[in-house]
Design a binder for this molecule. Structure first.
Ligand SMILES: [Zn+2]
Ligand SMILES: [Zn+2]
Length: 97
């Protein structure tokens, strides 16, 4: 299980992917359609910015969540979903430009 907390600090600049959902899709080996929260069966709307519980505030990650869970203020269990770092120097999309 992976524990994350929604990030609500200043928004980092999006890379050439254009939005965080695309950045996740372009770099993840997982194809996530449903909200990453383990017990949720709603469709994932956005790539939400999160921080890993175990890493504290060091880095910002992206994970697809539904519109309900992207408002969550408590820690979320995202199970086997692997969050993608917002900062990927060789982001799959950026490399093609
Ligand atoms: Zn990207
Ligand atoms: Zn959800």
């Amino acid at each position: 299980m992976g524990l994350v907390k929604l990030y609500n600090g200043p928004k980092p600049t999006v890379c050439k992917c254009g939005n965080w959902r695309m950045h996740f899709n372009n770099n993840s080996t997982q194809w996530i359609i449903w909200c990453a929260e383990v017990s949720c069966n709603r469709i994932a709307v956005n790539g939400s910015l999160v921080q890993l519980h175990e890493k504290g505030n060091a880095e910002i990650f992206v994970v697809p969540l539904c519109s309900f869970h992207e408002q969550e203020t408590n820690v979320l269990d995202i199970g086997d979903a692997i969050p993608i770092n917002t900062i990927i120097l060789d982001c799959a999309k950026c490399k093609t430009h």
